[in-house]
Design a protein around this ligand. Sequence first.
Ligand code: NAD
Length: 423
Amino acid sequence: MKKRYALAGASGRGYRMYGTNIVNNYADVAEVVGIFDPNYLRAEFVRDNLDKNIPTYTDFDKMIAETKPDCVIVTTMDSFHHEFIIRALDAGCDVICEKPMTIDAEKNQQILDAEKRNNRKIIVTFNYRYIPYVTKVKELIRQGAIGDVVAVDYEWLLDKHHGADYFRRWHKWMKNGGGLLVTKATHHFDMVNWWLDQDPVKVYANGALSFYGPQRAPEKPQVRCKGCPYITTCELAYTGFDDISTRNVDPRISKMKNYLKGMYFDAESVDGYYRDQCVWADCDIYDNMSATVTYSGGTILTYSLQAFSPLEGVKFAINGTYGRIEGEAISSDIGPTELSFQVRVYNAKGEMVQYKIPQGVGSHGGGDTRMLDKIFRGNDSDPLGHMAGSRDGAMSVLVGAAANISIKEDRPVYIKDMVHLYE
Ligand SMILES: NC(=O)c1ccc[n+]([C@@H]2O[C@H](COP(=O)([O-])OP(=O)(O)OC[C@H]3O[C@@H](n4cnc5c(N)ncnc54)[C@H](O)[C@@H]3O)[C@@H](O)[C@H]2O)c1
């Protein structure tokens, strides 16, 4: 029998990752039985592109009552994840939740309590675990290739195509996504937590707004790019709307024009969600961050994230008692055009063993496809523990939430003071 899934959030991720894949690739085992979004036009656009027979709702509880899903896929704006997770669990459904599971310690606790009282299951979709080079590192550490891991250096870079997008949308306000240390870095903290198989214990962090926002604005910041007098000269003008009249026609954006029009520009009359907000206007998140995290096994993580780099991707080094693993997965518009996925092991024999890891098929370095296969078709076998649950979701969010507190209050923050975990 097909498993019944309801979508909570007709978002880009809800549509392109889950809706489209269920309808096109997993229809023999799964079906979308309802689509909820407070913006009815966005929900209808997603429905029209998936299957016109799927009912849409602006009332979540009504959708659950009428469609009786087995599982709710939560893909709303981050700050509302907890609401729909808890309401789905209390209605007897399992939950698949996009990262980050939520944005702060209080909401984490509410989710963990709801899961416990309902005895249902939450899957948190950490697609990065499934990217081949990330899995390879997990295998190497598990095999003892470098002894015990004592220190990790981890630098994540967002280029201006990707980084600027967080300053054009809801992510630009802490209250919506917890800033990049939560909404983005939850991927990175989960990756390190998973590699190490340890719990984060203590976090110190720093954060700054060094590039976006009003202090570096080349001209007077506007509300949005549409209608902006500086559209032809602004380095970061957004060209996703209809009347493309700027010199900055980014092919990655213009090829998505119909999608952007239907999802965002045609639907903005309902909720005032502008997809093309000015990156030079006010925001309260950081674009330049670092954190030091101490782990339960004594490992120390040194982490940094910048959102305005010429490069996109990660460089990491993992130091063990008997060796070191180095790696990078970098893409760039101005440098090498191919993604490079490389992992090098400096082992106890004094050798350097290099692995060039092929990129997986599909988005996020192949992580999305491999994860979807596991969720929709997988069996219980999971030797490396790829499938993440609420504890993993909480642990990665808590590192970011602790970092936010550390920056604001200029102090170390202990994870144990933030949440009660059920073992
Ligand atoms: N794993 C990944 O690699 C990945 C990639 C992209 C996005 N995401 C996650 O997916 C989710 C959606 O992100 P997106 O960029 O696709 O979003 P989006 O900007 O396309 O859509 C956000 C949606 O949230 C809805 N929303 C706003 N207020 C709401 C409310 N009060 N209640 C319910 N819904 C509300 C909006 O109507 C909209 O449909 C986020 O949690 C994001 O972090 C994950």
